[in-house]
Design a protein around this ligand. Structure first.
Ligand code: GUN
Length: 285
């Protein structure tokens, strides 16, 4: 039976530390760190995510700026909103909630965000820093950074291990594969075009999965004693499930993240972490 890697507890611990730090920073700088959240249109899932992000800010004392924009906004107008926020000295972090309506380019708007305010870590400058391991100088994407916090918290060694990343998205798979590589793991990246996925996963000491395919990873695809990190989240018959068949795999793995309550809570926590980090970098602390 695996150790359950508790994302709720780890989130709480980090958020408590951030709350204390924010109080000290506010005293020192005369203002609190601030995060601007841009939401275009009214996608119900995005509205919930944005609400949760704003609530999380309030809980640690970060000021939030809620910018709701109409679905029919033009690219130029959206870019101008971002430019305004870039120039606002009292704003430390900017996120544009994705996905955007189809007529808008998320790449274009991400490129408009000033890299030092890009608390999602999606700007090419921050992506580049993540690839070469310049973690202190840049802002790392929240979900992969949250996964790395689990390894730190639970003293899971990565050096020399076989790490397999299933999923090659720009937001999770690619940056997390690079972080594992920078920790000296031997990294394989699998994806939807991989032939014989199980060949790779069975050899994984560290198995990270971010595909959005419910229960893709079965017990017979996992090595005895592996560490399994489930970054997927889907709703099946009204129930939230991950990419890993948790109930069976937990009997074989040494450690595993549950869904919900694993990686999920860490994503917003790392957004708060990045906002505080951006504030400190901008203030020269
Ligand atoms: N949509 C889904 N996940 C994310 C995220 O991490 N950041 C932003 N901006 N949008 C998202």
């Amino acid at each position: 039976m695996a150790v359950i890697l508790d994302g709720k507890a780890l989130s709480k611990k980090i958020r408590n530390q951030l709350k204390e730090e924010v109080e000290e920073l506010k005293e020192k700088a005369g203002r609190e760190p601030a995060l601007a959240v841009v939401l275009v249109g009214n996608d119900p899932a995005s509205e919930i995510y944005v609400r949760n992000k704003i609530k999380a800010c309030e809980n640690v004392g970060i000021r939030s700026i809620d910018r709701k924009l109409p679905a029919n906004i033009t690219q130029e107008e959206l870019n101008n909103v971002v430019r305004e926020l870039n120039e606002d000295k009292t704003v430390d972090g900017i996120i544009v909630q994705l996905p955007l309506p189809e007529h808008l380019s998320c790449r274009e708007v991400i490129n408009y965000i000033s890299p030092e305010k890009d608390v999602d870590g999606f700007h090419p400058v921050n992506v580049g820093k993540a690839v070469i391991g310049l973690y202190d100088e840049g802002l790392m994407p929240c979900t992969p950074a949250g996964v790395m916090k689990f390894f730190e918290e639970y003293n899971i060694l990565l050096e020399g291990k076989n790490a397999v990343m299933v999923g090659h998205s720009n937001i999770v798979g690619k940056p997390l594969a690079n972080m594992l590589l920078n920790a000296n793991a031997t990294v394989s990246v699998c994806h939807v075009y991989t032939n014989d996925l199980a060949y790779y996963t069975r050899n994984a000491d560290i198995l990270c999965v971010a595909t959005g395919v419910p229960h893709l990873i079965k017990e017979d695809m996992v090595k005895e004693g592996a560490v399994v990190i489930d970054i997927g989240i889907s709703r099946v018959n009204g129930k939230i499930v991950g990419d890993v068949d948790f109930e069976r795999v937990k009997e074989k793995a040494a450690a595993i993240t549950p869904v919900p309550g694993g990686v999920g809570p860490m994503t917003i926590t790392m957004l708060l972490y990045n906002t505080v980090k951006a504030f400190k970098m901008r203030m020269g602390y």
